[in-house]
Ligand binder design. Sequence first.
Ligand SMILES: [Zn+2]
Length: 266
Amino acid sequence: MADDHLRRALADDGVDLVLADNPSPMTLEGTNSYILRSRDGASALLLDPGPMLVEHRDALVRTVGSAELTAIVLTHRHGDHSGLLETAGQWAPGVPVHAVDPTFASGATPLVDGERIAFGTHDADVLTIVTTPGHTDDSVSAVHGSRLFAGDTVLGRGTTMVSFPDGSLGDYLDSLERLTALEAAGAVTTIAPAHGEQREDVRDLLAHYLSHRRERISQVQDVLASGRTTAEEVADVVYADVPDSVKPAALQIVRSQLAYIESLEG
Ligand SMILES: [Zn+2]
């Protein structure tokens, strides 16, 4: 299985994946929390604590083990990533939390693009932030080695949603272009998403994401041209085939599409 090989590659690079038990149509199998270990094993960084689940918290603490947790990094504010931060004072006292949203950042200034977060003494013990707004306005990805931790910007399968009004489709397309450029420059060869499996077909995956979005935008433009104007009317046509459980997400995506199309015309 390709996925086994990619999971082994994660472990070989000192990264543990701890899957939270919060499966849903939006979170796939659940949230992937990642623990990055320093080369000497003495310290670790936690990327996305995950949802407020006691079992997940215990699994994280167990996985960090005797290493010193030196940093927590949040890819974005959604509760399935940030929930456990609420009790971080108990299970990770004093550990700085790095996040774009100042509501979540603590013991550290809000994250900025290009920021490097060291979690050990070796040169390789560094996570570099790439701001990738779109899914939400506070979304970041992060690069360690040539692996991109993509948060919800790119998922292991299917496509992600652009939250509205928190996210922006224009920003999202720009972020996908930016990740595409990183791949083209050789800086990224694998993607570790916050939901779903590891991917190493990075170029194809990003190209698919971009073409899917552009296809949807032109579909929406066609539907608008046919005289339907409200988000509900557009969603009924463009997302006619999605299951009821995903309908609210589809409606949000349509709202972001309408805002984007309006910005093009404006
Ligand atoms: Zn999210």
